[in-house]
Design a protein around this ligand. Structure first.
Ligand SMILES: Cc1ncc(COP(=O)(O)O)c(C=O)c1O
Length: 431
């Protein structure tokens, strides 16, 4: 769809919806759903941009976000240009600014480029000052990407990793109050960092990050030593409006290849001004410096650019910029509304199928693009396998934390008809 059609359709959309209010104590917002959320004509035109819609029923955006063709075209254009001209460099600042807009960072100076979320987390886990016996808090439902970088530091320096449980012993999610209390109880005078998902990949549990960062600051003041807070933000950008300043995090790790629908293998790290001097670049190279010379002096840049360096794949940057521009044309508020609208449909349908077959692990208050169920009787791997082989419905299994559950996600290329088919497939596999 070209820009003009896009804008015309947005303006023309007058469909009204009963005002569905959602509240999320986790991020403290409560908004009416935008009317555009159920304007099928509008979203159908957008669906046309996504090749994946012609191939399968894709309910695994949480792992990989398929790009619209506008993104792929931009990537290809750059690759072809580089190979035709030998001209491979360029200006990264536009894309830093675009990412800053998405997450409401003050400026592009706070954005470092990475290849993925794990690398962004590794910059922090390997770069902060930690000594043997210092403690770092994670949750019991981490993606390996937020566990391995910290465990690697444990192996290297003897730090202590503590896992704070997000559920009771029967996998039921804790309330925000209960979880904040557990984190508070886990903090000791040796706690130096907290690294937790903004939204868990396991169940789509939205953590009360704002309350947790406030808690960390309060405890740090009492302890007389900083407690750095890093949020693993693999999921929210591109799905939910994300405001790193409001969340109060010191750092936020995310990627372009999930909900931002960008090229695969490009990520970013947001780092606050206060935190930059405390995260030493552990590996480095050209363009990370403000000065280096044969006088053996090295001074890193004062901005987040100090963490990215050397030759990069510019085509991926271009592609991510195209993805962000594509989403900005729609509007992140509309995308959030649509994702929530589709998720509500999906959950309502599942609720009817649940008795005797499964229960929800996702807290009801976490109305995001992710929904996880735990089957009562059927093996979770067999269920996912049957969905793909019999009905071309791709979902994700959740082995993390021994949950043995199944996760589904919907994004702007998902239609209500897709959800109906998904529910039919689910019904049939379960029966
Ligand atoms: C919550 C979470 N953190 C980290 C990651 C790792 O992402 P990446 O492969 O970009 O490092 C994922 C990927 O699914 C994730 O869901």
């Amino acid at each position: 769809m070209d820009r003009r059609t896009f804008l015309k359709m947005t303006a023309a959309s007058t469909a009204t919806l009963p005002s569905i209010l959602h509240t999320s104590a986790a991020n403290g917002y409560s908004k009416p759903l935008l009317p555009i959320a159920e304007d099928e004509k509008y979203w159908n035109a957008i669906r046309e941009d996504f090749p994946i819609t012609h191939n399968l029923l894709y309910f695994n955006n949480g792992t990989m976000g398929p790009s619209p063709r506008q993104v792929t075209e931009r990537v290809t254009k750059r690759v072809e240009h580089v190979d035709a001209t030998g001209d491979y460099g360029g200006d990264y600042e536009g894309i830093r600014k675009a990412i800053a807009r998405v997450i409401h960072a003050d400026s592009g100076d706070h954005i470092a480029f990475t290849h993925n979320v794990s690398e962004a987390i590794s910059i922090v886990s390997s770069g902060i000052d930690l000594k043997a016996g210092d403690e770092v808090l994670l949750t019991t439902q981490e993606h390996a990407g937020n566990a391995i970088p910290w465990l690697a530091r444990k192996n290297r320096d003897g730090i202590v990793i503590k896992f704070v449980s997000l559920t009771d012993s029967n996998w039921n999610p804790l309330s925000d109050d209960e979880f904040v209390q557990r984190v508070s109880d886990a903090i000791t005078p040796r706690t130096r960092a907290i690294s937790m998902p903004h939204l868990t990949c396991t169940t789509g549990h939205m953590l009360p990050i704002k309350r947790l960062t406030a808690l960390a600051r309060e405890k740090a003041q009492k302890n007389g030593a900083p407690i750095w807070f890093l949020a693993d933000g693999a999921h929210p950008p591109g799905m939910l409006e994300t405001d790193v300043r409001d969340l109060g995090v010191h750092a936020y790790a995310s990627c372009g290849h999930k909900w931002l629908l960008g090229p695969k293998g490009i990520g970013f790290l947001y780092i606050s001004e206060e935190f930059i001097p405390h995260v030493i670049p552990t590996w480095s190279g050209g363009e990370a410096d403000k000065y280096w010379g044969y006088d053996a002096r090295l001074e890193f840049l004062p901005t987040a650019s100090r963490y990215d360096f050397a030759t990069q794949n510019f085509a991926l940057f271009d592609g991510l910029e195209a993805a962000i521009e594509y989403m900005e044309k729609i509007g992140f508020d509309k995308i959030e509304a649509r994702v929530q609208y589709l998720t509500t449909k999906l959950r309502n349908g599942l609720r009817e199928l649940a008795p005797g077959h499964f229960r929800f692990l996702t807290p009801e208050s976490s109305l995001t693009g992710l929904t996880t169920i735990k089957l009562d009787k059927m093996d979770y791997k067999k269920f996912a396998e049957d969905l793909i082989t019999k009905y071309k419905i791709r979902t994700r299994i959740v082995p993390e934390g021994n949950l043995e559950a199944n996760r589904f996600s919907a994004h702007i290329y998902t239609s209500p008809e897709n959800i109906e088919k998904f529910l039919e497939g689910t019904r049939s596999v379960l029966s």
